[in-house]
Design a protein around this ligand. Structure first.
Ligand code: 0X9
Ligand code: CA
Ligand code: ZN
Length: 445
């Protein structure tokens, strides 16, 4: 049942990471740099780590607190800061530093401002530019598109949710589908994905029959930027900083930020799929939903329970990179853990594979990549019974740009997911139809 892996991030990491992290965290924490250390020391880089072939090696690698960005063959690509790198080296791996993104750290020491994307990337939208584009769309299509501020980021930026539907201002009894983007700061292509969907659905309503039918029969929610502080920080000097987390300070540590995709309130920190060390790239935060960004979206999703029934039936959370379509659970390798029946799993896999067939990504249960706990899809399914997927967008490897592909790819790589999104929306009224069990699960629909 495991799809034949063909992406770079084929993986067998899972079992390994399950047992990871706990003990070596203390060691990682003990190596925090002295206060006032140069800013560059705080900036992580990407490294190819060789000799990552055994379960034990992967366990130890994850335990350093580095983020695993990619897995291919006998090597892994990680994002690590100086102390995590030292821990990786101490494990006996040879590491090769990969090129930094364009103009990396050029602005270090400069007061963070609003410089924005560097040359070659100026078609990406800053947080402000995205909001301007969104407000222009709302002005142009007021009956199709509405905006709600669902909360504030740590630094006080609005977290917004857009609703796309015919009569968007009215809550109609239609299946609702949620698209979220940009939990991870450096994954800027995901904001473009959200903007693409907003533009495509508003612009084609009334002319494209499939789009028209879906907006007539679904309510689409789009949260285009879950981490506006991190995203802004990543580009504030005019060159990329390789930033992943949000920008929330941590008590008792100079390290900043929580990994939002380890902070959700389901099996938080349960299973070695996150770190308890504030300096780790995968720091889960001091408590479940401790970040205001996660709290805002959880509260919003809970607010879609109407008459005791969660209205949102399906979701995609967009990330980069590796070209994957993933479904829960991430916290366990078990395909049918408590809360996930065989039919649930089969429906997840059937629609997931159909979406992957349309965009050429690799479909898999997310734990096949590596164990994660406190991730959004596990919460959306485990707590809210929403069929939640995670997409890892373009590219498939660091060689093709990693987290920072040039802006010329934006139109192609966002449109590439059009068909997958349409398929999810078309299935959203009864996900079990995909396994021929509409009669069992979707009576009265
Ligand atoms: O580690 C992550 O959060 C995701 N990879 S990324 O490079 N974008 O950081 C993968 C998450 C996979 N696990 C789940 N979706 N649960
Ligand atoms: Ca509704
Ligand atoms: Zn991500």
């Amino acid at each position: 049942m495991r799809p034949r892996p063909r992406g770079v991030r084929t993986t067998v990491l899972a079992a390994a990471l399950t047992l990871a992290l706990a003990a070596p965290l203390a060691a990682a924490q003990a190596q925090n740099p002295p206060a006032g250390a140069a800013d560059t020391a705080e900036l992580p880089h990407q490294y190819e780590v060789s000799g990552v072939t055994t379960a034990a090696a992967r366990t130890a690698l994850a335990a350093t607190g580095a983020a695993i960005d990619e897995v291919h063959g006998r090597a892994a690509v990680v994002t690590a800061d100086r102390r995590q790198l030292a821990l990786v080296r101490a494990l006996g791996h040879s590491v090769r530093r990969l090129p930094d993104p364009p103009g990396f750290a050029a602005g270090t020491g400069v007061t963070p401002g609003v410089k924005g994307f560097p040359s070659g990337y100026t078609k990406y939208h800053t947080y402000e530019q995205a909001n301007q584009a969104i407000d222009a769309l709302i002005a142009k299509y007021p009956s199709l598109l509405t905006k709600t501020v669902i909360g504030k980021s740590h630094e006080g930026r609005d977290i917004i949710a857009l609703k796309l539907s015919r009569n968007a201002a009215k809550d109609e009894a239609e299946p609702e589908v949620l698209f979220t983007a940009h939990q991870h700061a450096r994954e800027h292509l995901t904001v473009e994905m959200a903007l693409y969907l907003l533009t495509e659905f508003t612009g084609k309503y009334g002319s494209d029959p499939r789009v028209t039918k879906l907006l007539d029969s679904r309510e689409i929610w789009i949260v285009p930027d879950l981490n506006p502080d991190g995203g802004t920080y990543d580009i504030a000097t005019g060159s990329f900083r390789n930033w992943r987390k949000n920008r929330q300070p941590n008590t008792g540590s100079t390290a900043v930020g929580t990994d939002l995709n380890r902070n959700w309130e389901y099996k938080w920190g349960c299973c070695g799929g996150s770190s308890g060390s504030p300096s780790a790239e995968t720091y889960r935060g001091p408590a479940a939903a401790s970040s205001p960004e996660v709290r805002a979206v959880e509260k919003f999703v809970r607010s879609r329970v109407v008459g005791g029934k969660q209205q949102i039936t399906a979701a995609i959370d967009f990330h980069t990179y590796s070209e994957l379509v993933m479904w829960p659970y991430g916290f366990t390798n078990n395909p049918t853990a408590p809360g996930m029946t065989q039919d649930d799993h089969d429906a997840f896999a059937a629609v997931g594979r159909s979406m992957a067939e349309s965009n050429g990504y690799t479909p898999e249960q997310s734990s096949e990549l590596y164990i994660t706990d406190g991730s959004i899809d596990d919460w959306l399914w485990g707590d809210q019974k929403i069929f939640a997927y995670t997409f890892e967008m373009y590219p498939s490897s660091s060689g093709a740009g990693g987290f920072y592909p040039k802006d010329t790819v934006i139109p192609r790589e966002t449109a590439r997911n059009r068909e997958a999104v349409l398929r999810l929306l078309e299935n959203a009224d009864c996900m079990y139809r995909s396994i021929g069990k509409e009669g069992t699960y979707c009576k009265g629909k």
